[in-house]
Design a protein around this ligand. Structure first.
Ligand SMILES: Cc1cc2nc3c(=O)[nH]c(=O)nc-3n(C[C@H](O)[C@H](O)[C@H](O)COP(=O)(O)O)c2cc1C
Length: 176
């Protein structure tokens, strides 16, 4: 049984990225899925002075340990103004102070989605450039445009997108 950690890069309770990450992780055979909700990690806004005074927050270490325990990561990034959400970037920054190889070379399916036609492509492209320098082992990436039109728990409504995502999930499965 492989352990998959799924993360939506958002602190929205109804995060569409958390939904997509969970959906994709659930397609991986013989696996246990842990959905890491950023709301469950109490992380103050990163600052060098705060770190110097108080050290690393316990919940950052908790999240780091969770990543370490994973056999694979399924991450879907929400896009705010073309980039990471504050909540995700903050967690990312704390994690990078514990271990520069934030993503620990775990096989990763990296995704994004948004209600718009670009599907968070901006944040996805940024992450594709940055993550490999921080222990990111991106096996495949996928962007889902127009979430409300295309997403369904029974399979993506657009056939081409559905086939594409399934192929990428299979690639991740093979890499685990
Ligand atoms: C401050 C803010 C900025 C946003 N900027 C973008 C953007 O640049 N591109 C985009 O596609 N959607 C943008 N959106 C819409 C988000 O994609 C939408 O809120 C989506 O639900 C976020 O994903 P989540 O549900 O996983 O949090 C923005 C939303 C907010 C609140």
């Amino acid at each position: 049984m492989k352990k998959i950690v799924a993360i939506g890069g958002s602190n929205s309770k109804k995060s569409m990225n958390k939904t997509l990450a969970r959906y994709a992780a659930n397609q991986i055979e013989n696996s246990e899925i842990i959905v890491a909700d950023l709301n469950d990690f109490d992380l103050p806004i990163y600052g060098i002075d705060l770190e110097t005074e108080n050290g690393i927050p316990e919940d950052a270490t908790k999240l780091d340990n969770l990543l370490e325990s994973a056999d694979a990561l399924v991450i879907s990034l929400a896009e705010h103004n073309g980039s990471y959400t504050t909540a995700f970037k903050n967690a990312f920054d704390w994690l990078s102070r514990i271990d520069q190889k934030v993503w620990k070379n775990k096989p990763m399916l990296l995704m994004s989605t948004s209600p718009g036609g670009r599907g968070g492509l901006g944040v996805l492209q940024g992450a594709k450039m940055t993550f490999p320098h921080l222990g990111g082992n991106i096996i495949a990436d996928f962007s889902l445009p127009s979430f409300y039109d295309n997403f369904s728990e029974e399979g993506l409504k657009n056939e081409k997108l559905n086939t594409d995502l399934n192929q990428k999930i299979k690639l991740l499965q093979k890499a685990i």
